[in-house]
Design a protein around this ligand. Structure first.
Ligand SMILES: O=C(O)CCC(=O)C(=O)O
Ligand SMILES: [Fe+2]
Length: 352
């Protein structure tokens, strides 16, 4: 298959020809988020989200009930929590960061072996270019479907660093346990039967992991690592960089930065849980700002319901007082990217 003609951000930098206009956001453009002339890297307050203990969430003790109510409160306001006691050791998480760094530090020719093909999202590359007037994101990535195993395209899975493949396999299995528990906890926190979301998520659910690398950027005031978006997943497990900030969430029209909390996994609600919960749990708009001096690494895993599944608000959450907000959707991610690059929220297409 044909490989796309693109330059990754790392290649743009290596060429030494300055910053292409296509990365610049102009305050008057469509991408303006209402903050007027503020530079994109203006300092913003830190968000106030709880660290939730995953093992406590599933216990029926008084502490467990308190933890569930913390979860409910965070997901219905911010749509984001930090999860601790998730069962994955710090040493293992460190290994993932280290392997990600090592992969992006490889020579271009080595990384290009895993370059994505036209029309395909999997593989190594830059921001997808879907239109001529799209402002480009300052990000290089490696995108891989990791689950179910028969959907893996191993030709995109790096053979160097040597431990990459086995570690990603292991990480996938470890994340699955977290995902199942988190689905159950979310359902319980809404007083639903614990398997209620898992059943809609389906047996054919997939997991996609995206390794993100944001090189240092000469114009953090005008360039974004990732444009404002909400995730198209059910929810997303994120390992944000351990040292370099950059991730920000929008709440009531204002940006807040995500705190860096060692040893936790950040979980944010995606559009499909917003739909299933009939809007109670919010799929937050977020973005990534760039940094002049430092590169930033993050690893995001998107939990995607099976493409055979109809996603819709759970019956018990539709009442006279809380009428149904969303239609049923199927293969939600198919419409996602087009909307994203036009700066629109795909979930609007699901509103009744
Ligand atoms: O890099 C990050 O911290 C977040 C990336 C993100 O929002 C995404 O991959 O959807
Ligand atoms: Fe995201």
């Amino acid at each position: 298959m044909e490989k796309p003609k693109f330059k990754t951000v790392q290649e743009v930098i290596a060429d030494g020809e300055g910053l292409p206009e296509r990365y610049l956001h102009t305050p008057t453009g469509d991408d303006d988020d209402g903050e007027g002339q503020q530079p994109l890297n203006a300092s913003v307050p830190e968000m106030d989200i709880p660290a939730i203990d995953l093992t406590l969430l599933l216990s029926s003790s008084q502490d467990g009930r308190e933890e569930l109510s913390k979860l409910h409160s965070a997901l219905s306001t911010w749509g984001v929590v930090q999860v601790m006691n998730h069962g994955i050791t710090e040493a293992f998480l460190d290994k993932i960061y280290e392997l990600t760094k090592q992969f992006f530090a490889l020579p271009t020719e080595e990384k290009q072996k895993y370059a994505r093909e036209i029309g395909s999202i999997q593989g190594y590359g830059n921001d997808m270019i879907l239109s001529d007037d799209q402002v480009l994101d300052w990000i290089d990535r490696l995108y891989l479907t990791t689950y179910p195993e028969d959907q893996r395209k191993l030709k995109f899975w790096p053979e160097t660093p040597t431990e990459f493949r086995e570690t990603l396999h292991e990480y996938t299995m470890k994340q699955q346990l977290v995902i199942e528990k988190f689905f159950k906890a979310m359902a319980t926190s809404l007083e639903l039967e614990e398997n209620c979301f898992l059943e809609m998520y389906g047996e054919n659910a997939t997991m996609d992991t995206r390794f993100n690398m944001y090189p240092p950027c000469p114009r953090p005031d005008k360039v974004l690592g990732v444009k404002p978006h909400a995730d198209g997943s059910a929810f997303t497990l994120l390992l944000p960089d351990k040292d370099v900030e950059g991730l920000q969430f929008l709440k009531d029209g204002k940006w807040y930065k995500a705190p860096i909390v060692p040893d936790t996994i950040l979980i944010n609600v995606g559009d499909q849980i917003e739909i299933m919960s009939n809007g109670i749990y919010k799929s937050p708009v977020h973005r990534v700002v760039t940094n002049r001096e430092k590169e930033r690494i993050s690893v995001a895993t998107f939990c995607l319901p099976g493409s055979d599944k109809e996603i819709q608000p759970v019956d018990r959450l539709v009442t006279d007082a809380t009428p149904r907000l969303y239609k049923s959707v199927k293969k939600y991610v198919d419409l996602y990217f087009d909307y994203y690059q036009k700066g629109r929220r795909p979930i609007e297409a699901a509103l009744i």
